[in-house]
Design a protein around this ligand. Structure first.
Ligand SMILES: [Zn+2]
Length: 64
């Protein structure tokens, strides 16, 4: 029983979708995505689809 290696259950701060966070077990899927230019206020983690949308939205907004 090694709880440290279990993915952490999280719920998306935006859509409520449940997902697994693997940051404690040696590598989360979110680390393969570019870091968010700006942290999302009031949110912990976002689900894969919301995180990708947020990254794209911030990248689009930062272009001239
Ligand atoms: Zn989401």
């Amino acid at each position: 029983m090694d709880i440290q290696n279990k993915p952490e259950k999280k719920a998306c701060g935006r859509c409520g979708q449940a997902f697994d966070c693997h940051s404690r077990s040696g590598g989360c899927w979110c680390e393969s995505l570019p870091p968010l230019p700006k942290a999302v206020a009031g949110h912990d983690c976002l689900c894969p689809s919301c995180l990708q949308k947020e990254i794209q939205a911030q990248q689009a907004a930062s272009k001239p």
